[in-house]
Design a binder for this molecule. Sequence first.
Ligand code: 4FV
Length: 239
Amino acid sequence: MFQGPLSESLIKKAVEKGLLELQVTDLRDFTSDKHKTADDSPYGGGPGMVMKVDVISSAIDSLKKKLEIGNSKLDIRVILMCPTGKLLTQEKVKELAKEKHLILVCGHYEGIDERVRELVDEEISIGDYVLTGGELPAMVLVDAIARHIPGVVKEEGSVMSDSFYSGLLDYPSYTKPEDFEGKKVPEVLLSGHHKEIERWRRKEALRLTLYRRPDLLAEADLNDLDRALLQEIMTEAGD
Ligand code: 4FV
């Protein structure tokens, strides 16, 4: 599953530029039976299969050993992707982007043996829904983190102006055609007045966040201009 998403576009270029190193480890290589069994039926009965803790444990240990060759003090963070984990946010992405080595454990089938939780440093969920495996969540995390590695995204500015980067949703963007079925690009964006454009974009980001994600607004660190713009928005909306 990792071949496709992680060998395309920005991630592919980041690996080619040596900014990012990705290695996929097959848990079956750490099984001990001739059928390479990495899962088994749940004790106490019930549907589905459970990933075996001993297989995951020897895989993590082997990876750590390999990474620690010649540098035992290496800081390796082991993360389990699972729906019971802490919801992934841009804050967490920025934090993990500062790490040197991440091992992402991907569950599969019904789930993982509960004792795997003691083998990991943290558990992360990408959302309150259940997927067929932890592979896609791991790819989502790799993609989100990669954007914060200097040099991966050409224009640093575009990461800085991301939604959530400043705690707000992103401002609306427009490009050619200037007029689409009578829907025109806002005049200010054609004006060349960069201060005006910046002010308009901040106001629209605040408006979008106010109406779509007021929870984010409560967390965002707003300055005086932001508060003035919010006042304007609410006055204009007659709120
Ligand atoms: C998931 C999530 C997720 C649960 C059982 C894999 C599945 C299966 N992981 N965020 N949402 N995992 O649904 O991270 O093993």
